[in-house]
Structure formats: structure tokens, C-alpha cells
Write a protein that binds this ligand. Sequence first.
Ligand code: R7I
Ligand code: MG
Ligand code: MG
Ligand code: MG
Length: 307
Amino acid sequence: APDSRQARARGSLLLAACADALGSVFEGERNLSPERVADAVDTTASALCWTDDTAQMLVLAEHLGAGGGRIEPDRLAAAFADAWSTEPWRGYGRGAARMLAQISDGTPWREAAQSAFDGAGSLGNGAAMRAAPVGLVPGRSLDEVADAATASAVVSHVHPEGVDGAVTQALAVAIVATTPRGQRLQANEVIEPIASRTGAAFAAELRAIPALLDGPATAISDRYRCDATALGAVPPALAVFLRHPDDPVALAKEAIGLGGDTDTIAAMAAAVCGAYCGEAAVPPTWTAALEQAARVRAAADRLALVP
Ligand code: R7I
Ligand code: MG
Ligand code: MG
Ligand code: MG
């Protein structure tokens, strides 16, 4: 059915993978010309090759799908490390690559994650960028989603902001995946259930979103850093989704156009958009060009069938 759990899960993972690929060309650039971004999003001339964001999101989706929707931290950490060592060229963050190399070499994940960034733990957006599948497991309460998102995050990101990024992304996906399509989405019905489950710093950034929904997109890149940190990237991604909940193409252009961590912000906004719109909203030219589209669909189908 076009509005089934399966359609929402496929929409979420497919759109995230496509947006990651589309955004990856611009990662790290600032002051992007809207024409250049629109051209890249509209033409999809070559294959859509995704990055570490999608690689880890698929590992997490497959872990949840094979394990009854539960996080098993030792196995999850090992699966992330395996994905890195098989394909280290996917564009991993510097801290992430270092940590995954340590885990591959036998360091326990708790030790590797805790020692990152001189003992602060990573506050990067890496736990958030892969978290959408946690929100796609059927039949979970929002508190259960938040707990599972935390469990999925701490194998690599123990800083509270790194964890809050994953909690925010998984909850946003969970909330919109169960919102009927006909119903108009209210920003605060998405933001408040999330902000009440994050720390104060994250909640403040999330509660700034409603003031940014009607003006120019430059107000978003003025308000948030749009960088590889969770606090700098997850709130702007959610803002872009709430501005374009039904329009993946406009969403991708705007998310990428913010500049900075373009693949990750676009992928996170797109994962939420796909969970709301379902597979029917994914441009067929994108899925036709997408790397490993069959694997992405299979991972979504398995997730949607978790009892
Ligand atoms: O979080 P992570 O996996 O990175 C994800 C990003 C996305 O853009 C992907 O597309 C890929 O390009 O990488 O990897 P980390 O290395 O843990 O964190 C990412 C970045 O966040 C780091 O390179 C740092 O710039 C920053 N960062 C920190 N900076 C200061 N202090 C993360 N933690 C800290 C910190 O504690
Ligand atoms: Mg990436
Ligand atoms: Mg990391
Ligand atoms: Mg990135």
C-alpha cells in the first residue's frame, strides 16, 4: 500500500541515500551558488554514490532488521568497524575513522568511544546521520525510540550532544512516519516531543526552528553552524524538512544550499521527508541512478516487518 510502514521505511532510506549522494559533491563548501546546486539536483547526470552517512545508516538498518529491532552494542560496533575497514574511502570523519580502526584492531568500543577527542567523546553528527532506522522500527513508543537511539549512538559518540543528535533524528523520523499524510504537519508537534527528551543545549537550538520556517533559507545558515557537529547540523536539517515536508527536490536544494556539511544535512532532512511522504515521493530519476538501491529497499522492507 502506498502509505504503509514499508512505503514510509523505503521512502526514508532511499531519500536519505539519494540526498547524501547529491550533497556529497559540495561537502565543506560555503556560499554555494543556488544555480550550481539546482543544476546538480535536477540533472542527476551520473550515478548517485553515497558516503559514510548511508554506509552506517544501512549497517544500523540491517542490524535492527536482523535483530528484532533491538540494539546489540557489541555486534553493532563490530559491524560499523567492518563497514569502515571494507570501504574506508567513503568519507568518514577523522575521529570516526580513528575510532573504527581501533575497534577493528581489538580495542573495546567503550574504550575507543570514550577516549575520542581527548576524552570528551565525539560530538560529531555521525550518530545522528545514521539514526533514521531507529525511528522506523514499528510499534515503539517515543521513549523507547529515544532509548534505542541512545544505545545506537554511544558505541561511537558518547558526548551528550552527539547522543542528542541521534535521539533527535530518530524521534523526528518516528513521529512523522506515523503521522497520516492528509494531516497538516504542525512544527511544534514535531519539535516539542523531541526537545523535551534532549539536553538543554539541544532543546534551545530545536526551539529556535519555528522562527525560521517562513523567511529566507539564509536565516537558517545564519542561525546554525551547519558543520559536522550534531548541534550545528541536526537542527538546521529538521528546519529544512519542516519548510518542505512534501517536496524532496526543494528540500534537497535548500539543505545542500546551506553549505558546510551538505551531504549529512541533506541526508538527515531527506530521511525525515521520506518517512513522511513514503516511497512514491522519491524522484524515479534518483532511485534509477542510486548505488545499491536494491539493498536499500531490502533493508527498509526488513525493518518495516519487525514484529
Ligand atoms: O561524527 P562523525 O562520524 O562525522 C560525521 C561527518 C559527516 O559529515 C560525514 O558525512 C563525514 O564527513 O563525517 O565523526 P567525528 O570525527 O567523530 O566527528 C566529526 C567532526 O566533529 C570532527 O571532525 C570534529 O570536527 C567535530 N568534533 C569535535 N570537535 C571538537 N571536540 C566531534 N567531536 C568533537 C569534540 O569533542
Ligand atoms: Mg558523508
Ligand atoms: Mg564519530
Ligand atoms: Mg557529511
